[in-house]
Design a protein around this ligand. Structure first.
Ligand SMILES: NC(=O)c1ccc[n+]([C@@H]2O[C@H](COP(=O)([O-])OP(=O)(O)OC[C@H]3O[C@@H](n4cnc5c(N)ncnc54)[C@H](O)[C@@H]3O)[C@@H](O)[C@H]2O)c1
Length: 699
């Protein structure tokens, strides 16, 4: 039983106790209904208090039951709330710390509510592509007022209890307690006060109207249009709340239920729920137990104050962790420092950062030209030039000076981490921390696990990632790790599409319509086309059989590296990010096509998207099979957090699962027939072929 029952004087107290947030799983629900039955049968009990143990009243649905039939098993949440409403003795919800989703819906079913200050109150279902499904859309507008309730339901954002209690006319909280500590005592006193009051007040009986009626809901619909472009849920939130103002309570409940169930099966909702679970799963490494002892990380050193070093340092400063930056020359340090300052100053100017916070952060930063100054750092992250010789010199120095037990991390994007580890006498302490540019903005961190990386080093780095608010995904050692290894195949396909008849703008548009933040050519211009060029030059000698389109090389030979040179696949006006198609580039592509004797054909947006997305999927299947990624959902997180893959499609693996792996393989077989494409690449990875044949999915 995950709810405790106790009688204190003549008040029964039901305490939800299902850590960490008292999720309303089956056993907890049974605990509540059993407690209610006991209290109602006990003549000595006059009122009932429901509260939560530990760090929450309740965070809502139990994520362990997510999408499983257990979530609906009786007593489901609707039945629990009905039992609360039907209790012949008053039920008082005593809420504190976290009161969200089903937790808030449960509280709304109670006859009275008392809240501790500082309690985060929310109906966050919209973030999972849903609307509240246990009366939240019908009761919150009645208790709080239509407008504030709709704002909470559409945004899913938490609001502090004391703010809500200040809303004029609100009936959500009958009373505010002085503190979380005194909540139970105050709730017991309040319960005694209302014990004999009859009839028992129910939120369902409160009136629900907006003075502007239809006009208000029209306005609300316009407001959510932007955010609901690819997501059906926000608009349904408006529909449900409107129903609360127009329908009888019970009819509104049926309406809410229908909307909820219909949303549950949309691909968008499935994708969002998948990401929610994937995000939590990413920090779990199969052979590194969650109780693995961690090393203490209080100070950090960063080697190299360039593009990445500066951004990496900022992450730690933002988290209140002191950073020492090392460079070879004073002017490089000065430049790095100036860039960090400029970054923070622009945040201050935009009002995103307070002046005193800025100063606090800068005070945590120090610089040095000497390795000996780094010896006490707990973690050092190297972000110097991408050359093995340079890395060797740096890691040998680090091995010489760093204290025993310090973690030595490299931000390399392409080099072999095992080789880097072997430059030291302590390869167990070496790990990859692959940040994405701009490192202070991008949420993704690939944690690269070397052959010898110690488990406590991994556990520590995953915890550090959380502290600096990154989504960390573990990758094994391979060229490009998870993300860039996949993007290379995607880039190759984009090149073939140009050769066969597309323009860069056509490809980008198709992919952006699919939902990517940016198509491959705009992305190349942003990242710098010279980076891909350098990689291809290496590939031409390493993998002479690998087929590439040569257009990207021709572009680079013209010096069109992208935004940084003002010209790439597109033209750019200084200070602006708008990509303007360039006729000469299109001519260059046509001339190259002609030189290859290719007659251009019209390629549909569907084909463009399928070839690009399935190229990611096939490479990902190899990555999974080789154990570079430990689970498919990790790959989805990499693409959602680091590569602008559309959130509402849940990542490439989730998307492939939704399309059906059998269909994906069929399409690959078709692409393999195209003489201008790479038939060898389109051989489905063995794992993909097997799953498709067995009718299974990646996730
Ligand atoms: N730029 C990106 O988008 C990106 C993304 C992920 C990872 N990376 C990786 O991050 C690393 C750094 O890349 P960057 O883009 O910041 O390069 P950068 O050229 O902007 O900065 C490198 C800095 O390292 C300094 N440096 C070079 N040798 C040094 C040494 N021996 N000791 C101390 N400092 C030294 C240089 O003076 C320079 O300031 C590379 O390994 C790169 O592959 C880059």
């Amino acid at each position: 039983m995950t709810a405790e029952y106790k009688v204190q004087g003549d008040i029964a107290v039901i305490t939800l106790n299902n850590p960490p947030v008292n999720g309303l799983g089956y056993a907890t629900r049974v605990g509540i209904t059993d407690g209610l039955a006991k209290a109602n049968a006990d003549a000595a009990v006059k009122a009932i208090v429901i509260t939560g143990a530990g760090k929450a009243f309740s965070g809502g649905a139990d994520i362990k039951e997510f999408g499983s039939p257990k979530a609906l098993q009786e007593p489901n949440l609707l039945s629990v709330i009905l039992a609360v409403e039907n209790s012949s003795k008053p039920v008082i919800a005593a809420v504190h710390t976290v009161c969200m989703g089903g937790g808030l819906e449960l509280a709304l079913g109670c006859h009275y509510r008392i809240a501790a200050p500082g309690c985060n109150v929310a109906l966050p279902e919209v973030k999972l592509g849903l609307i509240p499904g246990a009366g939240g859309t019908q009761r919150l507008p009645r208790a709080l007022g239509v407008e504030p309730a709709l704002n909470m339901i559409v945004s899913g954002e938490p609001v502090k209890s004391e703010m809500l209690a200040m809303l004029p006319g609100q009936k959500l909280f009958n009373k505010m307690a002085a503190s979380t500590e005194s909540l139970l005592e105050e709730a017991l006193a309040y319960a005694a006060e209302v014990a004999d009051a009859r009839p028992l007040p129910l939120v369902r009986n409160l009136p629900c109207k907006h003075p502007l009626g239809d006009a208000y809901f029209q306005f609300a619909r316009n407001m959510v249009k932007g955010m609901s472009k690819n997501f059906p849920a926000p608009a349904k939130c408006v529909d449900a709340v409107e129903a609360a103002t127009k329908k009888k309570f019970d009819d509104g409940m049926v309406f809410e239920r229908d909307l909820f169930i219909n949303l549950m099966w949309t691909p968008e909702c499935r994708a969002l729920r998948h990401i929610f679970v994937a995000d939590r799963a990413a920090s779990k490494i199969p052979d590194v137990p969650s109780d693995t002892a961690q090393r203490a990380i209080n100070t950090v050193a960063v080697i190299g104050a360039g593009t990445m070093g500066g951004g990496i340092a900022m992450n730690f400063l933002n988290a209140g962790i002191a950073v020492k930056m090392l460079e070879m020359k004073q002017d490089a340090l000065d430049r790095g420092l100036a860039t960090i300052r400029k970054n923070y100053e622009s945040q201050v100017k935009k009002g995103k950062l307070k002046q005193d916070k800025y100063e606090q952060r800068m005070n945590l930063l120090s610089t040095t030209l000497s390795y000996d100054d780094l010896k006490d750092a707990d973690l050092v992250i190297e972000a110097v030039f991408e050359e093995l010789g340079v890395k060797e010199a740096v890691f040998k120095e680090l091995d010489r000076v760093m204290k025993p037990g310090a973690i030595l991390a490299s931000n390399t994007s392409t080099l072999d981490l095992n080789k880097i580890a072997a430059f030291t006498q302590r390869p167990q302490d070496v790990v990859g921390m692959h940040f994405f540019s701009p490192a202070n903005v991008m949420k993704l961190l690939e944690v690269v696990r070397g052959e010898k990386t110690a488990k406590d080093v991994l556990a520590t780095v995953m915890a550090v990632a959380k502290k600096i608010k990154k989504t960390a995904v573990v990758s094994g050692v391979c060229d490009g790790f998870i993300g860039n290894r996949m993007i290379e195949q995607y880039g190759r396909q984009a090149g073939f599409l140009l050769d066969e008849g597309c323009t860069p703008a056509q490809v980008d548009k198709a992919v952006e319509k699919f939902g990517f933040a940016m198509g491959p050519f705009r992305m190349g211009d942003l990242a710098g086309n010279d980076i891909g060029w350098a990689i291809r030059k290496r590939r031409y000698s390493e993998k002479p059989d690998m087929k590439y389109s040569k257009t990207a090389d021709l572009l680079c030979e013209k010096g069109r590296f992208g935004q940084k040179t003002g010209a790439g696949w597109y033209d750019y006006v200084a200070g602006k990010r708008d990509a303007v198609p360039n006729a000469e580039v299109v001519q260059m592509i046509e001339a190259h096509r002609q030189s290859l004797g290719i007659t251009p054909r019209k390629i549909s947006d569907d084909e463009i998207v399928q070839r690009l997305v399935y190229s990611l999927v096939n490479e990902a299947a190899h990555i999974l099979e080789e154990g570079i990624a430990s689970k498919a959902s990790d790959i989805d997180m990499v693409y959602i957090m680091g590569y602008g893959f559309p959130v509402y499609r849940g990542g490439p693996m989730n998307y492939a699962d939704q399309v059906g792996l059998f269909n994906v393989v069929q399409a690959m077989n078709r692409f393999a027939q195209n003489p201008l494409d790479d038939a060898k690449f389109w051989q489905p990875a063995p794992l993909l072929a097997r799953l498709a044949a067995e009718g299974k999915t990646f996730n």
